[in-house]
Write a protein that binds this ligand. Sequence first.
Ligand SMILES: Nc1ncnc2c1ncn2[C@@H]1O[C@H](COP(=O)(O)OP(=O)(O)OP(=O)(O)O)[C@@H](O)[C@H]1O
Ligand SMILES: [Mg+2]
Length: 147
Amino acid sequence: MKPINEAAVSFLSRSSNEGFARTAAACFAAQLDPTLEEINDIKTAVSEAVTNCIVHAYPDRLGRVSLRLRLFEDNSLEIQVKDWGVGIADVEEARRPMFTTGSAERSGMGFTIMESFMDAVKVRSRPGKGTVVTLRRKLSRRMGAAV
Ligand SMILES: Nc1ncnc2c1ncn2[C@@H]1O[C@H](COP(=O)(O)OP(=O)(O)OP(=O)(O)O)[C@@H](O)[C@H]1O
Ligand SMILES: [Mg+2]
């Protein structure tokens, strides 16, 4: 399937950019005239994915994070969050509820939250190279959609 619209931004892994990424994704999704619930679900999932880049991918330095947003004919939205950080040795283990390598304030629920708010969550990672998280969500068709 070819995208009918696409946008991309990249930013430093500063925690202040978590809000930027979340809002950028919501703004892009707005052209589909999503429901408030859909917008909130998208924001929550993007927030989890980007926070992981900030906290885990670059634990002791600032690095680059990229966010690519694509829209398809069937009204589905694909959000790709990519980093070039430490990577994940065992993705299956990392996706398990409550698995965390983080400190006490981490609950290990980020991937589980992404899965519950999105239709599909794909994770590709290479230790030492980085991680790509792809989120997909089909939105309801509404009259106000711009595309
Ligand atoms: N982009 C990433 N780069 C490197 N490791 C990651 C990345 N994203 C996730 N991980 C690894 O996967 C684990 C699970 O991630 P998940 O988001 O589910 O939980 P968490 O971030 O540890 O806790 P929470 O999201 O609840 O604060 C992390 O603890 C970390 O080890
Ligand atoms: Mg997390």
